[in-house]
Design a protein around this ligand. Structure first.
Ligand code: FAD
Length: 302
């Protein structure tokens, strides 16, 4: 039997981006850079660094993206949210990114200070919506701006159509790329893409792919963010709580199946939520035909 899916995947030119979170401790910092150094030779279009809830990682996000600019050839995108900060404070962060050589921001509203699920209230002196934030960023400097998209709807949105109208407003304000919340059923992504395209949205909508590093954690997080967790996924991890080696193999199989199906259905650009771990993402990229580029590797760290 010919493995037509893998061979097709291997011949399609693929673009990838990797998302990291800023480390809290020295140990986490080591883990981040290990993952970064493993994935960087795959020559991603960009790597993004998240901005902690309530702006809690402001300095750490800045330090991480600044180090990527200084020490590597990879282009970083800094995430930024509107939460718990005045417009002046946010503008200062944006200018700081520009001064550090960052040219790409992932602009988000963020979650309520009380955590995901609590009612969101804009800071009285802050930017009220992600659309306002995108507009402000573009006013400050000519950044490339990416924004979020929700194939299953954002938990606070009244409908997918309202979500898409909101996405259009972010694009009108200057966003040129959307990255989706993760999903496990690819049909959800393609159905969303059809609806978005039917409304005249033409920017790239990168599928956000999350390898299941830890099923319980992923399922919990999914519940809060409005992403559904299919029963078949739960079934695959059932009974493996004390069997990390098999869990890992299952996780690799799940992400392999997902990306190969996406590429078979025409997707050429992927955004991976790495959780600061490289191996599953590296394997998925390998499957997609990506190989380390020696030139990039040499220029990595001086
Ligand atoms: P938005 O897209 O601005 O809004 C969410 C929904 O609310 C919309 O879909 C819309 O339906 C509704 N809505 C909002 N404003 C209006 C309005 N004015 N009128 C009508 N409807 C409206 N969080 C972090 O804290 N740090 C991060 O680094 C981070 N990175 C992320 C990266 C990606 C790719 C994604 C998908 C999410 C990320 N998040 C991050 C989570 C995000 O902050 C939360 O999901 C938050 O609840 C919404 O922010 P947003 O910019 O996605 O929302």
């Amino acid at each position: 039997m010919t493995d037509h899916r893998l061979s097709r995947g291997a011949h399609t030119p693929i673009g990838v981006s990797f998302e990291f979170f800023p480390p809290k401790t020295e140990e986490m910092e080591i883990q981040l850079w290990e993952a970064f150094n493993r994935l960087a030779p795959l020559n991603p279009n960009f790597v993004s660094v998240t901005y902690g809830a309530g702006g809690s990682t402001r300095e750490r996000t800045h330090a991480t993206v600044a180090r990527i600019v200084r020490e590597t050839t990879i282009r970083p995108a800094a995430h930024l949210t509107c939460v718990a900060a005045t417009r002046a404070e946010i503008d200062e962060v944006v200018r700081g990114y520009w001064a550090a050589g960052v040219r790409h921001i992932v602009a988000l509203r963020g979650d309520a200070v009380g955590g995901v699920g609590a009612a969101y209230e804009a800071h009285p002196g802050g930017y009220a919506t992600s659309t306002d934030l995108v507009r402000a960023i573009k006013r400050i400097a000519d950044f490339e701006v990416s924004v979020s998209a929700y194939p299953e709807g954002h938990p606070e949105s009244a409908s997918i159509d309202q979500d898409i109208e909101h996405l259009k407003a972010k694009i009108d304000a200057g966003a040129t790329r959307a990255i989706t919340q993760f999903f496990f059923e690819n049909d959800l992504y393609f159905r969303y893409l059809d609806r978005v395209r039917a409304k005249g949205v033409e920017i790239p909508i990168l599928p956000g792919v999350v390898p299941v590093q830890n099923f319980k954690q992923t399922a919990n997080f999914a519940r809060k963010t409005g992403a559904s967790v299919p029963q078949w996924l739960a079934d695959r991890f059932e009974g493996l709580d004390n069997d990390p080696a098999t869990r890992r193999l299952i996780a690799a199989a799940v992400v392999a199946e997902q990306v190969v199906d996406l590429v078979d259905r025409g997707v050429t650009d992927f955004h991976f939520y790495t959780m600061n771990r490289a191996d599953l993402v590296y394997a998925a990229c390998h499957l997609l035909g990506l190989r380390p580029a020696p030139a990039t590797q040499e220029k990595m760290f001086a």
